[in-house]
Structures are given as structure tokens and as C-alpha cells.
Design a protein around this ligand. Structure first.
Ligand code: KIV
Length: 301
């Protein structure tokens, strides 16, 4: 009896040194590092070892970032702007996120990569109900994500709890949440003055609901530092949030200096002092780990 489902092509090919189109090496390369896992991330957090994270949208960059020692890769919905040329992340679909998550995950597998893989739940894929969020998260987990990220606080708390209780690790995202840029009135620093208390309340509730990571985007460095000390079970990952956070994330194209628009203040162009992309990626990991990036005088509020 014939099987009606189509068999995917084998993932291992005999890539010769002259393989075209940047073919990745076959998956037989021996693993030299242990995979990053939730317990390993918790251990890094507890020991105060900074967590390095970069966005990745395709197999080749995923493999390169992994080889440079990046701990976590984020298939961010920033791909809407970086890869699709959209004006914001609002137009990114779940199918697009699935496609890029699958590509990044395949790239990591091909090189026996060790990075922890996070994928963004895009706008409109988790707001309707907790069940809706579970269905969307399932799509991304089945594409190879180890964790999903969703934006916002307050109403998201019960969604986070629902996902975590069902075995899906969750990274929350507070501060400047790009999916709600229209409601926020632009890409502005969040959590200044009195607004800081509400942001803190949301962050604590998200930790209590089981979020084990929290991206803090464009919030005052002092607020991020306080939260980093207070949240003992949830690692803060800053982007424009100062140097005190448990880890740092940047958009890959920004840190390689190939943002075609205005470079945000919180970005450092690591290509400026590097002679190759591999060197720039390694310099980023070093700078996050030794605390020399970010520099609060240049990159924070
Ligand atoms: O989509 C993204 O790339 C992100 C990072 C900027 C944190 O959410």
C-alpha cells in the first residue's frame, strides 16, 4: 500500500568543499559542546554568567551564530522588517514564523548546533484565547523551537501559565513591545516614572506564571537592574535596557551594521572592528559575557 504523505528529502548530503550556495556541512560533525537547555540557562542565571542572544532567520546565519558560541537564537518577528521589508512586525503571519523557525532549526541540526531556540508568537496568533495561543505555540514548537516568546503584560499572564503548564517554555517581553507600536505611539522608551511600577508588577506576575525569560526592550537601565535582582527565577534579557540584565539580545542585522534605516541608540556595530562576520559574532559573545556591551553611557537610558 502506498503512503500518501510525501517523504521529506534526506537532510544529510555529501557536501563537498565546492558545494554551491553556501551548503552547510553534513550533520555528522561531532558535537563539541553540550546543548543549551532550560536547566543550563537557569544555572548561568544563578551563577551570574551573562546570557548571549541574537536573532536568526535562516540556516546559515543560525549555524554561524552557533559556531560563535551564542547561547540563544531568537527567530524574532523582526524578520518582518529585516527579511520581508514590512514597516512593522504587525504584518508577520504564523506561517512565516513557522517557515523561518524551521529553517533556523534545520541549520542548527545540520551542524549539531547547541543554541537554545526561541520563536516569536506573531501578532494575532495568541490574543484571542489561551487555546489559540496553544495552537500557535504548537506550530512553532513542532517547527523546532524550544521556547516561544510573546509580548505584553497583564492579560498575557494567564496565557503564559496555560502554555507553561502544558510543557511549553515561555519568554515574556515587556517595555517597548513592537507589535503594539501603534498603541504605544512609536518606538519610545517605556516604563519611565510612574509607569515603571506597573511594568514591575507585570514582570513579577509573568515570573509567577512560569515565564523563565523576560526580554526588556527600551526601558530605563535602573528599572531593568532592579527587576534583574528581584526576578530570581526569570532571566532578564535586555535590548536597550542597560548592562545589569542577566543577558543581552540584538537584532543580527543591526549588530552587523546592515540596518538600512537609522541605527537605534542601543546597538553596537560589531562589524566595525571585525574583518569577518564570524569575528563580529564572536566579538558580540565576548562583549556580552565580559560585560563590556552594552555601555550604559552610550546604549541605555
Ligand atoms: O523580534 C525581535 O527580534 C525581538 C527582539 C528585538 C527582542 O523581539
Amino acid at each position: 500500500m502506498s503512503n500518501s504523505t510525501t517523504t521529506p528529502p534526506p537532510e544529510t548530503t555529501s557536501a563537498s568543499p565546492a558545494s554551491p550556495y553556501g551548503t552547510l556541512p553534513p550533520a555528522s560533525t561531532p558535537a563539541s559542546r553540550k546543548p543549551v537547555s532550560l536547566p543550563r540557562l537557569a544555572d548561568m542565571h544563578a551563577r551570574g554568567e551573562k546570557i548571549s542572544m541574537l536573532t536568526a532567520y535562516d540556516a546559515t546565519f543560525a549555524a554561524m551564530a552557533d559556531a560563535a558560541g551564542v547561547d540563544c537564537l531568537l527567530v524574532g518577528d523582526s524578520l518582518g522588517m529585516v527579511c520581508q521589508g514590512l514597516a512593522s512586525t504587525v504584518g508577520v503571519s504564523l506561517e512565516t514564523m513557522r517557515y523561518h523557525t524551521d529553517s533556523v532549526s534545520r541549520g542548527l541540526r545540520r551542524v549539531q548546533g547547541t543554541a537554545w531556540l526561541i520563536a516569536d508568537l506573531p501578532f494575532g496568533s495568541y490574543q484571542e484565547s489561551r487555546e489559540h495561543a496553544l495552537r500557535s505555540a504548537t506550530v512553532l514548537m513542532q517547527a523546532g523551537a524550544h521556547m516561544v516568546k510573546l509580548e505584553g503584560g497583564g492579560w498575557t499572564t494567564e496565557t503564559v501559565r496555560f502554555l507553561v503548564e502544558r510543557g511549553i517554555p515561555v519568554c515574556a517581553h515587556l517595555g517597548l513591545t513592537p507589535q503594539t507600536v501603534h498603541a504605544l505611539g512609536g518606538y519610545r522608551v517605556q516604563g519611565k516614572g510612574d509607569a515603571g511600577a506597573l511594568l514591575k508588577q507585570h514582570a513579577h506576575a509573568l515570573q509567577d506564571a512560569g515565564a523563565t525569560m523576560l526580554v526588556l526592550e527600551m526601558v530605563p537601565a535602573a528599572l531593568a537592574a532592579e527587576l534583574t535582582t528581584e526576578l530570581t527565577h526569570c532571566a532578564t534579557i535586555g535590548i536597550g535596557a542597560g548592562k545589569a540584565t542577566a543577558g543581552q539580545v540584538l537584532v543580527l542585522h543591526d549588530m552587523l551594521g546592515i540596518n538600512l534605516g537609522k541605527m537605534p541608540k542601543f546597538v553596537r556595530n560589531f562589524m566595525a572592528d571585525s574583518s569577518s562576520i564570524a569575528e563580529a559574532l564572536a566579538a558580540y559573545v565576548r562583549a556580552v559575557k565580559d560585560g563590556s556591551f552594552p555601555d550604559d553611557r552610550l546604549h541605555a537610558w
